[in-house]
Each structure stands twice: as structure tokens, then as C-alpha cells.
Design a protein around this ligand. Structure first.
Ligand code: FES
Length: 113
């Protein structure tokens, strides 16, 4: 069983209520407007791939290389690792690592330009 997910958002110190692992949220990607289901049990990268979308770049898939870095425009995510490779400033600016971030609400993600 994976370790508990760590909450984060653009306000990383804000507590996010636990969501059931069977919860399924709605995710949208900007630009382009692609949408997909984002089960709480899958990382956003896995959920996008499960939906047949290959819009997110990835490499390590464990939250260290930062290849997948995106910006969370709206919504909240949780992390399945203790310290994803983001600085506190980056977290405050809404950056996320979709390979280890799981949706904790409906989310809108902005790809790097
Ligand atoms: S793919 Fe390496 S941090 Fe996401």
C-alpha cells in the first residue's frame, strides 16, 4: 500500500481534507483544453496517460527530475512522496510535479510554455 499522500496547493500549509481513494476528479490542461478523469488513486501523469493523452513530458516519474513540472491554475493536489522536487517558493507559485501529484479536487493544469 502506498504511503499517505501529502497535501499541497498554491497555499501549501493549508490543510486539505482527506479524499477517498476511489474519488474521481475532472482535470483540464491549458493550453488546448484537453480534459480527462483524474482518479485520486493515480498520479495526474498516470491519469492523463490512461486517458490516452501524452501531453505531459516525463522522465524519472518519481518527483526528482522536474521534467514534468507544470503549474496548477486551479484546484488542489496531494503528493505520494514526502518531498517532491519543488522549492517552497515554487509551491507558493502553484508549480506541481504531475508524476507524483494526485488530484484532490477538480484541477486545471498549465503546461510550461
Ligand atoms: S517525471 Fe521526473 S519529476 Fe516528474
Amino acid at each position: 500500500m502506498p504511503p499517505p499522500l501529502r497535501p499541497t496547493s498554491s497555499a501549501p500549509h493549508q490543510a486539505i481534507p482527506a479524499c477517498p481513494s476511489e474519488a474521481v476528479f475532472h482535470a483540464a490542461i491549458q493550453p488546448g483544453g484537453a480534459v480527462f478523469d483524474a482518479p485520486a488513486s493515480l498520479s495526474l501523469l498516470q491519469a492523463a496517460e490512461q486517458a490516452g493523452l501524452s501531453l505531459l513530458d516525463s522522465s524519472c516519474r518519481n518527483g526528482t527530475c522536474r521534467t514534468c513540472i507544470c503549474q496548477l491554475v486551479s484546484g488542489q493536489v496531494r503528493y505520494r512522496i514526502e518531498w517532491p522536487g519543488l522549492s517552497l517558493d515554487e509551491k507558493h507559485e502553484g508549480y506541481i510535479l504531475p508524476c507524483v501529484a494526485h488530484a484532490a479536487s477538480d484541477v486545471v493544469i498549465k503546461l510550461p510554455s
